[in-house]
Design a protein. Structure first.
Length: 415
């Protein structure tokens, strides 16, 4: 198969991040390679009496540099994180803080963006009355508003979109970005995922589902993907945003290239609203289709950034899907789960995994799965336990599996 020309290759040239382990992409990457946990006691609300009193919160975040007082007042925490991460990504790509006059697009995806604002407005209405509802409430609560606030802040007049694929949202943004670049819809795409919904109502609902870890005593050890003693996922928040452009353009302007977004695929379990299809059949199909679309074979994959939520069903199903899709090659691929450190960033989780894949390819360092102490016979892959590993990685994929059975796989390659 002949190689694609540079104008048919979409690459990542900039990254920005606000996560539970660091308020920049560089700090996030450093923490992930060092195996640092961002999980701790909940501070964003009083969790007394809740079965789960831990979360992966972003610490010390203030959107003061990139947003005016008026913009901050009208926008949600999600939007503020997205705008801040977007500006970091532009600077990292060597681009000006404004894209005004350039052919650009914005794809910032989310799962439950605005949830906190809806809860607050509902409480205000019930306790203080109609007149106390903020005129900013409706706009701030909309799922597309993080993308729109980024577009406003950056001066982007091209395509602006927000897709909601639950926990697969952030990964899908990378496929949307690639498609827009190769279709000629934009020269630069600012893309990623965001969510910030650590609230009483969210934790009440998740507790009712019994999906959260209740390991409150030692928060840093609560998220333990693929470990036999895992007992649920840790809810988190954050934003991860990229700048993508065509390789020919990146080379012409002398930009640093982290990795190529080679392709990917979407499938649906069409099975249940929250439970994965037990055999992992359609997750495996997403991996197979993703590799085919990226012109890769199973043996080409050096690393998988796993969805790895730390729930019994998800980790077991993902392991089965990887084995079904890769066959014998599954025994020689490194698989790790950053959620062991960051918790589950929901709409931003797949974007964080994209950051991990791109930096793994560019740096040759594979992040660990921390808190892995007791092997599970049903989870029998190489999960890079507890310590980072230095190894050359030419091709990587990430799995992102969302509520409703939405499976998104993205493939990355070295340039």
């Amino acid at each position: 198969m002949s190689p694609e020309s540079d104008e048919r290759r979409a690459v990542i040239t900039g990254m920005g991040a606000i996560t539970p382990v660091g308020n920049t992409a560089a700090l996030t990457w450093a923490a992930l390679t060092e195996g640092v946990s961002g999980v701790g006691p909940i501070t964003l609300f009083d969790a007394t009496g809740f079965p789960t009193r831990i979360a992966a919160e972003v610490k010390g975040f203030q959107a003061t540099e990139q947003m005016t007082f008026k913009a901050r007042k009208r926008s949600s925490r999600s939007s503020q994180m997205a705008v801040t991460a977007a500006h970091e990504a532009l600077a990292d790509a060597g681009l000006p803080a404004s894209l005004e006059g350039r052919e650009a697009a914005v794809f910032i995806n989310s799962a439950v963006s605005g949830f906190a604002e809806i809860q607050d407005a509902t409480q205000t209405l019930s306790t203080e009355g109609l007149r106390r509802i903020s005129p900013n409430f409706v706009a701030a609560s909309l799922t597309n508003m993080a993308a729109c606030e980024v577009a406003i802040s950056l001066g982007v007049h091209g395509p602006v979109n927000a897709s909601a694929l639950a926990c697969a949202s952030g990964a899908y943004a990378l496929l949307e970005a690639r498609r827009a670049l190769l279709a000629g819809d934009a020269d630069y795409v600012v893309a990623g995922g965001v969510d910030a919904s650590i609230t009483e109502v969210m934790f009440g609902g998740l507790s009712a589902m019994r999906g959260l870890s209740t390991s409150n005593e030692v928060p840093a050890e609560a998220s333990r993907p693929f470990d036999a003693d895992r007992n649920g996922f840790v809810f988190g928040e954050g934003a991860v945003v990229f700048v993508l452009e065509r390789l020919d353009q990146a080379r012409a302007r002398g930009a640093r290239v982290y990795a190529e977004v080679k392709g990917g695929a979407l499938t649906s379990d069409a099975f249940h609203t929250v439970a994965p299809e037990p055999g992992g059949r359609y997750a495996a199909e997403a991996i197979r289709r993703g590799l085919h679309n990226a012109r890769l074979n199973a043996a080409d994959v050096d690393y998988i950034c796993a969805h790895g939520t730390s729930t019994k069903a998800n980790d077991r199903t993902e392991t089965a899907a990887i084995r079904a899709a890769l066959g014998a090659a599954a025994d020689s691929v490194a698989v790790s789960a950053p959620k062991s450190m960051t918790g589950h960033l929901i709409g931003a989780a797949g974007a964080l995994a994209g950051l991990v894949c791109a930096r793994t390819i560019s740096d040759g360092v594979i992040t660990p799965t921390i808190n892995y102490t007791t092997p599970d016979p049903e989870c029998d892959l190489d999960y890079v336990p507890n310590e980072a590993r230095t190894a050359p990685v030419r091709h990587a994929i990430t799995n992102a599996f969302g509520f409703g059975g939405q499976n998104c796989v993205v493939a990355f390659g070295k340039v």
